[in-house]
Design a protein around this ligand. Structure first.
Ligand code: SF4
Length: 319
């Protein structure tokens, strides 16, 4: 029985205080409207319980295209995950991270959790271009507060930087600034609206190279929309793919279904037709493919991504 390594669940989708240009759900050039969809708490608990019964329990990412801290149920979800001994990987823009949340996270998460802050900027001017009119310095202070308050039993804390035209000059400075302050710093080249690496950053004709490459997202990360339907990956913001509902077929029923297995195979063999959602997609190149261990770091690398992790706090599988 094949198991996902991570399960991203849209407990609440369609709500985010930001409208970043690069976002595939809310960004520039998106003509569709992302619908608000909230999973009822009994369904949330049903899925978490089902995940807890798995032979090797995956981590849960409690959102797909949304700000997880905008979900009023998040505290209850974290508490229920703890009851079921499941850890989470929470990716946030940090805007709603007030002192109450910091205190809650310090008291209710553990080293198996990762809290990742997507900052994408070194300076306020750049932050406003790539994210919005919020105070970068304030979010940074909250990150430091979380690090200082968590002690040995608290969550792993990381920061993210998605490289795009407006911030690419700050990439190296960002990595250097955070490398020794947090447990991990990740920089990834952002794909465009067609899920392709922008020309400016291409190392070669990436599309030729990926034709026969297995997409690690499709293979390792399961994505369950707010209505229970399974998508190919987090890049499918509007439900173009649909492998069925977990409320009808069960989580592993879908992950191991003939439909999903067949789809993975044709993707890996490069036999996708034009109409397949994954056709031409280069987003998989940002998945981590190799790990390098140095005295202080575990450095994971993808074709267009790098992730420095403090060795002592590292809790992910090596590549
Ligand atoms: S090929 Fe692209 S669209 Fe398909 S699963 Fe991978 S990342 Fe998602």
């Amino acid at each position: 029985m094949k198991l996902p390594r991570k399960i991203a669940i849209g407990f609440q989708e369609g709500i985010c205080p930001l409208r970043c240009n690069k976002c595939l759900a809310f960004g520039r050039g998106i003509s569709q409207q992302k619908e608000v969809c909230k999973m009822p708490m009994d369904k949330v608990k049903q899925l978490i319980y089902e995940i807890a019964q798995m032979e090797k329990v995956p981590i849960i990412q409690p959102c797909i295209y949304a700000e997880p801290f905008a979900n009023p149920d998040l505290r209850e979800i974290i508490n229920y995950c703890n009851e079921q001994s499941i850890a989470m990987s929470i990716i946030t823009n940090g805007i709603l991270m007030d002192d109450q949340w910091i205190e809650f996270l310090i008291n209710n998460t553990n080293p198996q959790y990762t809290i990742s802050f997507s900052l994408d900027a070194l300076t306020q001017t750049t932050y406003e271009k790539v994210r919005g009119k919020y105070m970068l310095g304030q979010i940074e202070s909250q990150i430091i507060k979380l690090i200082e308050g968590r002690g040995d039993d608290g969550p792993r804390v990381t920061v993210n930087f998605t490289v795009e035209e407006d911030n690419d000059g700050e990439t190296v400075g960002f990595i250097e600034k955070w490398k020794n302050k947090v447990d991990g710093v990740r920089a990834t080249v952002g794909v465009d609206m067609h899920r392709q690496i922008p020309m400016k950053y291409r190392k070669c004709d990436t599309n030729k190279n990926i034709k026969n490459q297995k997409c690690l997202y499709l293979d390792e990360t399961m994505v369950i929309d707010g209505n229970g339907h399974v998508r190919s990956c987090t890049f499918d913001a509007f439900g173009d793919t649909d492998f069925g509902s977990v409320f009808d077929m069960g989580i592993l029923g879908i992950w191991n279904s003939e439909k999903m297995m067949r789809y993975r195979k044709i993707q890996e063999q490069g036999n996708l037709t034009q109409s397949n959602f994954c056709s031409g997609c280069e987003a998989g190149t940002s998945a981590m493919k190799h790990s390098k261990i140095t005295e202080k770091y575990v450095i994971n690398e993808g074709d267009y991504a790098i992730y420095y992790n403090i060795k002592d706090k590292y809790n992910l599988p090596l590549r």
